[in-house]
Structures are given as C-alpha cells and as structure tokens.
Design a protein around this ligand. Structure first.
Ligand SMILES: [Cu+2]
Length: 217
C-alpha cells in the first residue's frame, strides 16, 4: 500500500496480527493485514456486521477451496445461531475431469462453514448427525462449560447417527479457534470434519483484507 513519506500526521505502522492454534497436525492461521489508511489508500473492502470477505484454503494434496459463508441471522444481535449437518459427501477437490473425493463434511463443504461471533454474543449451534455412526463437536480452545465441550462419554453422550444435539455457549475470549468431532477424531477430522470459529474483538482493528487459512497435512 503506497503512502507518502514524511507525513507525520499518520499513525505509526501497525504490525499484522497473527493468531495460531494447532493440534494433531491441524493449523488454523488467521492473519490480518493492517495498513495505515490514508487518502491514497485503496477503497476498503466491505465489512458488514462482523463479516468480511474470507477465503478458506485447505492444503495437503494441494487442495484449495474458497468459500463465502452465509451470513447468520442478524435479527438478534446478542446471539447467533448456526446449524451444522455432518454427512458424507463427494466433492470435486482436484479439478474438473477428475473423480470426486469421498469426504465427511459439515454442511457439504470442507472446511466446514466459518462460525463467527463477537465477544459477548452467545452462540447456538445445532448439530445434526447424518453420518453412519456417533459423533460430537468439540470447540477447540474455547473456555466454555464442560457440558458443551463435546467429549463423548465424559461431557455428553455421543450424538448417535440420525440424532441432534444443541450446543449453546458464550465464548469468553476473542480469538481464532476451530471445531471438530471428538469421536474417532483422527478419522472424522481427517475425512473433512473441521472448521473455523472466530470470536471477534469488541472493537476489531481496521484491516483491508482478512484471510483465514485452514491447513490440513
Ligand atoms: Cu481440538
């Protein structure tokens, strides 16, 4: 981003904010490019109600996917509701003319939909299990009530095939997190069941573009 030198009225450069979480070879990486906006800066990309343009890139096998995530209901500012449907699907990941890949998906996509909330808002996430076996969803890194932590046999019964479970919690920390099943995690995650959960700061820093990367090796 070009800026005229010597303009003392401009604020000092701010460094990008990079937040990582990782486990079991998964890495969720969120980086915000912070620029010092000035009269010569490019138009700001839209940022409406906490939602920005986002891109998911899934690597490992050179898989790449970009997805716009449907906006959750804005009717209740203090709460956001999502529905995750776990099911098998066949997606074209390696291009036209190539056979589709058999995956297990949240809402028919890999990674699953981005779940986004602002600090202080509560989340309701209904999970419908349309897999052949048990599942749960664990909200990785979130300090929430044990009953909502998604560990089968410890914090909840597993969600049986064909059953549903309603998770409800209010994230206590802003940050970039992710979600995944806690039943045969290595298999269910590896087949595609994982997604990003972002808790925005109360006053998000101004950015020109935000990229959310999901790396699966
Ligand atoms: Cu985890």
């Amino acid at each position: 981003m070009p800026f005229a030198a010597g303009n003392s009225a401009r604020p000092p450069l701010r460094t990008p904010t990079i937040i990582d979480t990782s486990i079991n070879g998964y890495l969720v990486h969120r980086m915000t490019d912070v620029t010092n906006r000035g009269p010569d800066a490019a138009p700001r990309l839209s940022r409406v109600d906490g939602l920005t343009r986002r891109e998911f890139v899934l690597s490992g096998g050179a898989l790449a996917a970009a997805a716009l995530v449907p906006s959750p209901s804005r009717a209740a500012a203090s709460r956001r509701d999502y529905r995750l449907v776990s099911s098998a699907a066949r997606l074209s990941l390696v291009g036209a003319g190539r056979p589709p890949t058999a995956l297990w998906c949240f809402n028919g996509q890999v990674p699953g939909p981005e779940i986004r909330v602002r600090l202080g808002q509560s989340l309701g996430i209904a999970v419908d299990n349309r897999l052949d076996g048990d599942t749960t969803v664990h909200w990785h890194g979130l300090r929430i009530a044990n009953a909502m932590d998604g560990v089968p046999g410890l914090t909840q019964p597993p969600i049986a095939a064909g059953a549903s479970f309603a998770y409800e919690f209010t994230p206590p920390d802003a940050g970039t997190f992710w979600y995944h099943p806690h039943v045969r995690s290595s298999e269910q995650q590896g087949r595609g069941l994982h997604g990003v959960l972002i808790v925005d700061e109360p006053s998000p820093i101004a950015v020109d573009r935000e990229l959310v990367w999901v790396l699966d090796d």
